[in-house]
Design a binder for this molecule. Structure first.
Ligand code: KG4
Ligand code: ZN
Length: 352
């Protein structure tokens, strides 16, 4: 198969990449839209307009850097959901336009599946992570435990009943007066704090399912911040609160994944593989805790490099390659889907 162009526009990262079938990145670009910072969150209309302004030139640049013309590609893969509808329309329509003009197959990529398949990039794990594996997907919009049994074959074991983990990081970071997105800033602040000084709740710990909850933890942090009165918190207090919050998140994730790993072992036998993906997987404390869970469960652990955890187009191009190899191209009239659960991938494909 010739190299595939990937396009990612589901949230506030505009990204494009060209990958060959062996997973070698021939060219890539990611532009994180700065315009949202003053609003403390992504503004959908601003995001859509920024994707429209940035993408055409970015697509020309990455294909040129890969030394290819559009008609020398093997296919075009664009994120078609879940995400913000304006951005999804921009990215998938441009992808379809190139596919139509250059006579290429088009793949409508599910953003969650793209995160899920990142660990299979052969450069990350020799030969690529083999199916099946247990995936913890933790991002700004999602928190899920999934059995990844094949391309389009995902079994959801559990997920958050309220906030996503990244959302909780972002909200707590805002309470502590950090910038946006808050996750990386909160991790940096927590490094200088005492995780024992404030003992925040660990929701769902020990439950016999794979669900998560973070809103009570976030509320507990908000109450602690309020207790200190109006005005900016002293830096040392903010650092201790950040560290106390982060260690509570780590404990919850480790407990829930330990349980999910036991279910995985029941279904697929011992010696499995645990994979973490999504923006929050860039957090080093979380990676270390998951590494430990995997070791205690007798499993291997794979965490993609941090730059492939946050949104990028390499994962989209790779998902395109995986799907095209199986003959799973999409028709050009497939519509973008703001809501598109992983479990619906198979039936959507099956009816095409
Ligand atoms: O996967 P992603 O780039 O976008 C979504 O699909 O949501 O994830 C972004 C989320 C944000 O909530 C951000 O605060 C969080 O990932 N994040 C982190 C870290 N880096 C990014 N959270 C905790 N620690 C980090 N180092
Ligand atoms: Zn994402």
């Amino acid at each position: 198969m010739r190299p595939v162009l990937g396009i990612e526009t589901s949230c506030d990262e505009t990204a494009a990449a060209v990958l060959d079938e062996s997973g070698t990145i021939l060219a890539e670009a990611v532009a994180s839209q700065e315009a949202h910072a003053v609003f403390g969150g992504v503004v959908p209309e601003i995001a859509a307009r920024a994707h429209l302004a940035l993408l055409p030139d970015m697509l020309r640049r990455v294909t040129q850097a890969a030394g290819l013309h559009f008609n020398e590609l093997g296919g075009v893969a664009a994120t078609a959901g879940p995400g913000l509808i304006g951005g999804l329309i921009v990215g998938s329509q441009m992808g379809k336009g190139i596919a139509l003009a250059a006579g290429l197959p088009f793949v409508a990529v599910n953003h969650l599946e793209a995160h899920a398949l990142t660990a299979r990039l052969p450069g990350l794990v020799p030969g690529g992570a083999a199916f099946p594996y247990l995936l913890l997907l933790v991002s700004g919009g999602h928190c899920l435990c999934v059995l990844v049994e094949g391309v389009g074959r995902h079994v959801r074991l559990g997920g958050t009943v309220d906030d996503a983990v990244g959302e909780a990081f972002d909200k707590v970071a805002k309470l502590l007066g950090l910038g946006w997105p808050g996750g990386p800033a909160l991790e940096r602040l927590a490094a200088s704090g005492d995780p024992e000084r404030y003992r925040f709740p660990r929701p769902m710990l020990g439950r016999l399912d794979c669900d998560f909850s973070f809103s009570g933890l976030k509320t507990a942090v908000a109450q602690e911040v309020a207790r200190h009165g109006a005005g900016a918190l002293p830096r040392a207090v903010a650092a201790d609160i950040a560290a106390g919050f982060q260690v509570a998140v780590v404990d919850v994730l480790a407990d829930r994944v330990m349980h999910a790993m036991a279910l995985f072992t029941e279904r697929h036998g011992a010696g499995g593989l645990l994979v973490v993906a999504g923006g929050v997987a860039a957090n080093m404390a979380i990676r270390a805790a998951l590494q430990d869970v995997a070791a205690r469960s007798g499993c291997r652990f794979v965490a993609p490099p941090q730059r492939l955890c946050t949104d990028n187009a390499v994962m989209v191009a790779w998902t395109g390659i995986e799907r095209l190899r199986l003959g799973l191209a999409d028709s050009l009239d497939v519509a973008p889907r703001p809501r598109w659960p992983l479990e619906q991938l198979l039936s959507a494909r099956g009816s095409e």
